[in-house]
Design a protein around this ligand. Structure first.
Ligand SMILES: Nc1ncnc2c1ncn2[C@@H]1O[C@H](COP(=O)(O)OP(=O)(O)OP(=O)(O)O)[C@@H](O)[C@H]1O
Ligand SMILES: [Mg+2]
Length: 551
């Protein structure tokens, strides 16, 4: 009897959640040694399907086969014992522990039996073989997101994964890190591993995938060969219509200075200089894009503006008012800058229902708390589960985190709950958030739908200034088109928008001016024209714009 050509097969898989048919009779077969991309709109059921392969969920119907053997997993542990490992959309590492400790987490041998020098040697070997450089002694919280992902991959390899599922691995990576990851994936398939690759970035899918399977509303609609397909075809298969990759917009009509950043300096989480005397102005009605390789001060800049990180020097002025270091609505100094764990408590009694926003967090580097920055300032953070939303609160509560303090929803000490519900329902519809209802806790949303929820809250707050950090990270192509249009509508309405992105296409499409940062300083400003891409690239690598012109 010949062995199956498939690394695994899922047949007739159905999975229901209350009010949701997440997977509907799905057949999904992946060949040994291939990179198989799984595509679909936000909420199409990609993560759910893979969570069943990984033993996190159990199918309601259908079966999974590995090498023609039916298998049934009741935990990720059992899946990894069958050689199946998954790197999740939201990482599952323990921040306070070292890389080595994380690798063995969940393994059965008691800790004191572990020979750390042997472990470190094994890690070094795997790192070397698959190009996954990371210091085994570093604590997770000290690592960049890209490094943390390498730890996740290492962990799966160390635990013996032959089939690796990667759920949107590139959403959080810099372009260079994406290139490195692809090298890793190719060296893995060369050594007999099989990869399932989930991504919304169609260029990447076309570049890396041997085959592509498309899900739509829980059903498989197509499987195509990677080399035969195009970005436009994939978009059509996913969304069911043509998608515009570039947005149409009229020239900006900048008004008064809405956001002024004056000589700001600050430190990063490791206490090193992140911004060096940076100044920048965004006017009403314009989009200023910040281009730069991640780690050059962009996220710190956004955090300083939002009052989540202390500036060591300089001022932030919003609508003519200095807001430096203030999380204005909360009326207190930035807690983030103090480090350590902390709690935020906002408790409101409203008849027999009460909203209790409370979150303790052990992570040393950043707090998890609802954002309540100054009136008129909207902040779309890079960290959507920590800073951007409260996972255990309902969609209503998450949506009114800003609005409950003021009329019409906030009424003195009372909250108009029926109005809150009504508005939440409106936003869910307008932003196309896929959910059974607005009482659902935010943590049950799919990754992209959670991002839409944050966007809905922030954009609907009718801001004067929007700080958007990777606003469309994790969104499908159709949702990106819609959100980009909304941001441009906001700009046309006179909102000042500071857009931080690593995606040059996004920056070129949305920005009226592009400012390039390198090591916490501005290298120069460029109009958003395709012909200027090389110049932007040079500046991102640290060349000043005058120098570019001089050459
Ligand atoms: N544990 C759960 N409980 C209830 N509903 C869930 C749960 N997990 C997922 N869902 C729902 O199932 C549907 C599919 O979600 P899934 O996370 O699989 O989507 P996805 O294709 O991965 O989307 P994205 O691209 O946004 O990550 C969504 O409507 C989601 O809200
Ligand atoms: Mg998902």
């Amino acid at each position: 009897m010949s062995e199956s050509q498939f690394a695994f097969e899922m047949r007739g898989i159905t999975k229901r959640f209350p009010g949701v048919l997440a997977n509907d009779n799905v057949d999904f077969a992946v060949r040994e040694g291939e990179i198989h991309a799984l595509l679909g709109e936000n909420g199409a059921g990609k993560s759910t399907l893979m969570n069943m392969l990984n033993g996190l969920y159990r199918p309601d119907e259908g079966q999974i086969f590995i090498k023609d053997q039916a298998v049934r997993f009741s935990s990720p542990r059992e899946a990894i014992n069958h050689g199946i490992g998954m790197v999740h959309q939201h990482f599952m590492l323990v921040p306070t522990q070292s890389v080595a400790e994380n690798l063995i987490l969940g393994q059965s041998a008691p800790r004191f039996y572990i020979n750390y020098s042997e472990l470190e040697a094994q890690v070094a070997e795997l790192s070397e073989k698959f190009g996954l450089a990371v210091d085994p002694r570093a604590k997770i919280w000290q690592l960049s997101v890209g490094e943390q992902q390498r730890v996740e991959v290492l962990k799966m390899l160390y635990q013996g994964a032959k089939i690796l599922i990667m759920d949107e691995p590139t959403a959080v990576l810099t372009p260079q890190e994406v290139t490195d990851l692809f090298d890793t994936l190719r060296s893995m398939t060369a050594s007999g591993h099989t990869i399932v690759f989930i991504s919304h970035k169609l260029d990447e899918v076309v570049a890396i995938a041997d085959r592509v399977t498309v899900l739509q509303r829980g059903r498989v609609t197509a499987t195509v060969e990677g080399k035969d397909t195009t970005k436009a075809e994939l978009a059509r298969l996913m969304v069911g219509r043509e998608v515009l990759f570039r947005i149409q917009k009229a020239p900006a009509q900048p008004g008064a200075e809405a956001l002024v950043i004056e000589n700001i300096s600050c430190e990063n989480d490791r206490g090193l200089p992140a911004l060096r005397n940076l100044s920048l102005t965004v006017r009403a009605g314009e989009v200023v894009g910040i281009a730069g390789v991640a780690g050059n001060g962009q996220t710190e800049l956004a955090e300083v503006i939002a009052g989540l990180r202390a500036a060591t020097e300089g001022r932030v002025i919003v609508q003519g008012q200095e807001v430096t270091g203030k999380r204005v609505a909360a009326g207190e100094q930035s807690e983030a800058s103090k480090g350590g764990s902390w709690d935020i408590q906002v408790s409101l009694d409203i008849g027999d229902s009460s909203i209790n926003l409370s979150k303790g967090d052990e992570r040393p580097e950043k707090q998890a708390a609802p954002i309540m920055v100054s009136e008129g300032l909207a902040y779309i953070p890079a960290d959507r589960t920590g800073v951007g939303s409260s996972p255990n609160l309902s969609l209503i509560d998450n949506l009114i985190l800003k609005a409950y303090r003021r009329p019409p929803i906030g009424k003195g000490w009372r909250i108009d709950l029926s109005l809150a519900r009504e508005q939440a329902e409106k936003l869910v519809e307008q932003f196309n958030v896929m959910t059974p209802n607005v009482d659902t806790p935010a943590r049950l949303l799919s990754g992209g739908n959670l991002q839409k929820l944050i966007l809905a809250r922030e954009i609907s707050s009718r801001p004067k200034v929007i700080i958007a950090v990777y606003p469309v990270r994790g969104l499908d192509v159709g949702a990106i088109e819609a959100i980009h249009q909304m941001l441009i509508d906001e700009r046309n309405r006179g909102t000042a928008i500071l857009l931080i992105s690593e995606d040059l296409d996004e920056l070129l499409s949305l920005s009226d001016r592009i400012v390039v940062v390198f090591e916490g300083q501005i290298m120069g400003e460029v109009p958003p024209e395709d012909e200027r891409v090389d110049e932007i690239g040079l500046m991102m690598a640290g060349t000043r714009v005058e120098a570019v012109h001089a050459s």
